[in-house]
Design a protein around this ligand. Sequence first.
Ligand SMILES: [Zn+2]
Length: 234
Amino acid sequence: MVFVPILLYHQIDIPPVRRVPFRSMIVHPDAFRRQMNWLKRLGYQGLSLREAMPYIRGEKTGKVAAITFDDGFLNVYEKALLVLQAHGFTATNFFVANQVGGQNAWDIPFGGVQAPCMSVAQMREWAALGHEVGSHTLDHVHLPQVPWEEARKQIALSREILQDMIGEAVTSFCYPYGDENGDMRKLARDAAYDYATTTARRRARKEDDSFGLPRLTIRRNDTWLHFLRKCLTR
Ligand SMILES: [Zn+2]
């Protein structure tokens, strides 16, 4: 059976020294570079989800790892993009449509440190370099907790807004907080996405529902051994 690791990153930046909420989601740029080096050394091609899907579906064979980022942070543009380019890798970033050029407004009420998101121009550059723009709703809401019509809008309208911004199709969706259910998967399907990711912690395989793809979260304090274990054995 073929397993494809879908890696999940949030921010690539120097983590704050003090203990703050969501600090574990900030991976140091040096650690990120080392992890990409490991993939390369082990013969993996790092791909956006769009490009990795034929491997997950078993239509193509080869050693690939999908690289995804949530939330469209500016520090990914500033600190990860060149590393990806240098390795010849592509990646997917899931943008919060109403916060393009904004910030992680959804983290602030929970004590998260403010972090800016990419601007429209930076997101376009991301796409123009062959990386994928995916949708992560309009406002980063807990989809199953909002009224159905609002959830539908969060899923469908964010796709249209992002498509208008970059001038190309958006086929990839990511449920904020990995919070989803059968109804949300149906809404994503109805909004004409091709696949959607959640946060189940294992590698992806052919049998997986395209609208419930599992991912492996890479954290601030993961050692290279943790990283390899996640990529190779989960
Ligand atoms: Zn998110």
